[in-house]
Ligand binder design. Structure first.
Ligand code: AMP
Length: 180
């Protein structure tokens, strides 16, 4: 399949849920995609293929939906998986970043021993919306002395400024499979 065929195939497996989790938000639900092993394989292998020559040392992914494919991408790249969790969930010493969401505010955390200094990190999540979560994740990586080497998403909500924000904050063009 070429890129357009991939995109058309994947778009059919993403469900729009209007007014979730609050009025006015159209939630992009990836559970139909996760229910399709062939689609999951296409998504993971496409992301692994894109990043395999970019000297990635670790994949950091954001709770909760980012964990699902993020762990598979880390396996595919044969590098460690680093969980970034909502505040209060990680058990060991950690750093915290607060940020604004498309809906509300949040804080995410990473263990202080998660990454060696200078490690080149790929950050993964399912959806890029405003880029607030991805920026906070990148800040955690940088605060540990590691480097954000790439961003990967399944879906880019291009009517929001996430892509532009990551370009200006991290000088990185995020990789994504579907743009809506
Ligand atoms: P943001 O920080 O605004 O880029 O939002 C990204 C985070 O919120 C990701 O973890 C997404 O899973 C989630 N998210 C934001 N907006 C949506 C949406 N419309 N549909 C699904 N997930 C969303």
């Amino acid at each position: 399949m070429n890129d357009t065929a991939h995109q058309q195939y994947l778009v059919k497996l993403l469900r729009d849920v209007p007014d979730f989790p609050q009025p006015g938000i159209i939630f992009k639900d990836i559970t139909p995609l996760l229910a399709n092993p062939r689609a999951v394989q296409i998504v993971v292998s496409e992301i692994v293929r894109h990043f395999k020559d970019l000297r990635i040392d670790a994949v950091a992914a954001v709770e909760a939906r980012g964990f699902i494919l993020g762990a598979m991408i880390a396996q595919g790249l044969n590098v460690p998986f680093v969980p970034i969790r909502k505040a209060g969930k990680l058990p060991f010493h950690k750093l915290t970043e607060e940020y604004a969401l498309e809906y509300g505010r949040a804080a995410i955390e990473m263990h202080t021993d998660a990454l060696p200094k200078g490690a080149r990190v790929l950050i993964h999540d399912d959806v890029l919306a405003t880029g607030g979560t991805a920026t906070a994740a990148g800040n955690l990586v940088n605060r540990l002395g590691a480097v954000v080497a790439g961003y990967s998403f399944v879906i880019n909500l291009s009517f929001l400024a996430g892509e532009k924000n990551l370009r200006s904050s991290f000088l990185i063009d995020p990789h994504y499979l579907v743009k809506v």
